[in-house]
Design a protein around this ligand. Structure first.
Ligand code: FAD
Length: 411
C-alpha cells in the first residue's frame, strides 16, 4: 500500500531494501544467537556500567560488516570517502532501520554511522592531518567517537559552557567537564567544545571552538558511566579534561567558531530523532495491531472493541503526520534551506507523539506489554528521552516561535 504520494527516488528505495537485506543477514541471526547475553542486564553491562566486552564486540562486528558493505559511512562526506548521501536518504535509512529492528534488535542501530559516534558531516572541517590520522579507523567502523557539548550547568543553554581551551605554545590545553556524552564509555575520540575566547563567549558572539581529542590523551578520563532509566548501566558518560594538550591539527573548523559545528551536529541529531521515532512507532503499532487480532476477551478478539482500536487509529494518524513532517524537513535541508522551523517542528512533534504512541501500544498489550521480552518499555523510554536529547521540546518551541516572530509564518 502507498501512504505517501511523493515517493522516494529509486536510489533511496534501493538503499532501503539493501538495508533490509543486511539486517536480515547480519543483525537478526547475530542477535538471536546471543539473545541470552543481550537479555541479561548483568552480562550486557560491565562492572563500571559500560557495555560489556562481549556486547561491544558484537556491536563492532555489525559496524565493520556494514562499513565493508558500504552502509556505515553512507552519510559521511564524499570528499573523504563516504557516500555523501543527502539528508532525505539519511532520514529514510534510519526510519527503515528502526522500523525493522524496533528496540529488540538494537545492535542493528549501529549499522549506519550515528552523526555523533562515527564518520559524519560533523567531521567535514577536520584538518588534513587529522583526516589522515583519525578517519581510516572511523570509516571502517573500527573506532568510534562521541560529542562532548553538554555540561552540568550548560544543557539547553550550551553556550554557557565553562570548559576552557587555553593557548599553550602552538596548541591549547583543555580543562573542564562534560556530561551526558553518549558512546563516551567506548569512544576512541571525543569531539569537544571549549571556550577559547571568554569575552566573545560571554557576549554570545563566538569564542567557542571544536577539537577532536583521542580518548587515550593524557588528562582525559571518563569519570563515570551514568546509569539510565531501566538499566544496570548506560551509554552516557561524565567526562573529565584535566589540562589535556591539543595540537593545532586537532582544531575542527575555524577558531572561536566551533558552535557552527555544534549546531550542524545537533541538526543532524534532530532529523535522526524525528526519523527513528517514526520507525519505532511503526514497529510498535504493527505489534499492537497484530495483538488485537489474537487476544480475546469476553468471547471476541479485542480488535472488535473500538475502545481498543480508536486510540490506535489516532496514534497512527499522528505517526503519519510526523512522518510527512520529517521527510519534508529533510528535503528542505537537502535544498540548502535552513528549515529551522520545520526541523524543530518535526523533531518535537515526532518525539511527543512517539511517546504517546508507545504508551498506547503498551496499553493495548495489557500486562505482557510491560515485560522486557517485548521491548516496548525500552521503546517508550527511548522516545521519552528524545523529548529532552538534542534539544528539548521546549527548546524546539523556542526555535519555532523565534522563526514565527521573525516573520517566517509560512506553514
Ligand atoms: C539520552 C541522552 C543523551 C544525550 N547525549 C548527549 C551527547 O552525546 N552529547 C551532549 O553534549 N549532550 C547529550 N545530551 C544532553 C542533552 O543535549 C541535554 O540534556 C539537553 O540539551 C537539555 O539540557 P539539560 O538536561 O541540562 O536540561 P536543562 O537545560 O537544565 O533544562 C531543564 C528543563 O527546562 C527547560 N528549559 C530550559 N531552558 C528553557 C527555556 N528557555 N524555555 C523553556 N524551557 C526551557 C528544558 O526544556 C527542560 O525541560 C543527552 C541527553 C540525553 C537525555
Amino acid at each position: 500500500m502507498v501512504a505517501i504520494a511523493h515517493e522516494y527516488s529509486e536510489d533511496i528505495q534501493d538503499i532501503r531494501s539493501a538495508i533490509e537485506s543486511f539486517i536480515r543477514a547480519e543483525v537478526f541471526p547475530r542477535h538471536e544467537k546471543h539473545a541470552a547475553l543481550f537479555d541479561d542486564e548483568r552480562r550486557k553491562y560491565g562492572a563500571n556500567g559500560a557495555y560489556s566486552k562481549e556486547v561491544w564486540q558484537l556491536v563492532s562486528e555489525v559496524r565493520q560488516a556494514s562499513a565493508k558493505a558500504g552502509f556505515y559511512q553512507m552519510s559521511a562526506p564524499a570528499e573523504f570517502g563516504g557516500g555523501g548521501l543527502g539528508l532525505l536518504a539519511y532520514y529514510a535509512a534510519w526510519e527503515r532501520i528502526y522500523h525493522l529492528c524496533g528496540m529488540k534488535y538494537w545492535i542493528g542501530h549501529y549499522m549506519v554511522s550515528h552523526w555523533a559516534k562515527g564518520p559524519s558531516p560533523v567531521l567535514r572541517n577536520l584538518t588534513k592531518r587529522a583526516q589522515d590520522e583519525y578517519l581510516p579507523g572511523l570509516m571502517e567502523g573500527k573506532t568510534t567517537m562521541c560529542f562532548g557539548m553538554s555540561e552540568p550547568d550548560a544543557g539547553s543553554d550550551a553556550m554557557a559552557m565553562k570548559t576552557r581551551a587555553v593557548p599553550d605554545g602552538d596548541g591549547w590545553r583543555i580543562t573542564g567537564g562534560k556530561i551526558w556524552t553518549s558512546n563516551s564509555p567506548q569512544a576512541d575520540y571525543v569531539v569537544v567544545f571549549a571556550v577559547t575566547e571568554p569575552e566573545l563567549a560571554a557576549k554570545r558572539k563566538g569564542g567557542i571552538s571544536a577539537f577532536i581529542v583521542p580518548t587515550k590523551s593524557e588528562g582525559f578520563s571518563v569519570e563515570s558511566v551514568i546509569k539510565m532509566w531501566g538499566h544496570a548501566g548506560g551509554d552516557e558518560g561524565i567526562l573529565r579534561f584535566d589540562n589535556v594538550r591539543v595540537e593545532p591539527h586537532q582544531l575542527i573548523g575555524e577558531l572561536h567558531k566551533g558552535f557552527r559545528t555544534a549546531m550542524l551536529g545537533v541538526s543532524l541529531g534532530r532529523l535522526y530523532n524525528a526519523s527513528r521515532a517514526i520507525g519505532v512507532c511503526r514497529w510498535g503499532l504493527e505489534m499492537a495491531l497484530d495483538y488485537t487480532k489474537i487476544r480475546h476477551t469476553f468471547g471476541k478478539p479485542i480488535s472488535e472493541y473500538q475502545g481498543v482500536t480508536f486510540p490506535l487509529a489516532e496514534r497512527a494518524t499522528e505517526v503519519h503526520a510526523a512522518h510527512l513532517m520529517g521527510r519534508n524537513a529533510a528535503e528542505l535541508l537537502d535544498r540548502g534551506l535552513p528549515a529551522t522551523k520545520e526541523l524543530s517542528m518535526a523533531k518535537s512533534y515526532a518525539a511527543e507523539i512517539g511517546a504517546r504512541c508507545l504508551d498506547q501500544v503498551i496499553q493495548t498489550h495489557g500486562a505482557i506489554g510491560f515485560t522486557n521480552e517485548m521491548y516496548l518499555t525500552e521503546a517508550y523510554i527511548m522516545l521519552r528521552r528524545i523529548n529532552v536529547a538534542d534539544g528539548s521540546r521546549e527548546i524546539m518551541r523556542r526555535q519555532i516561535v523565534k522563526s514565527l516572530l521573525d516573520g517566517d509564518v509560512d506553514l
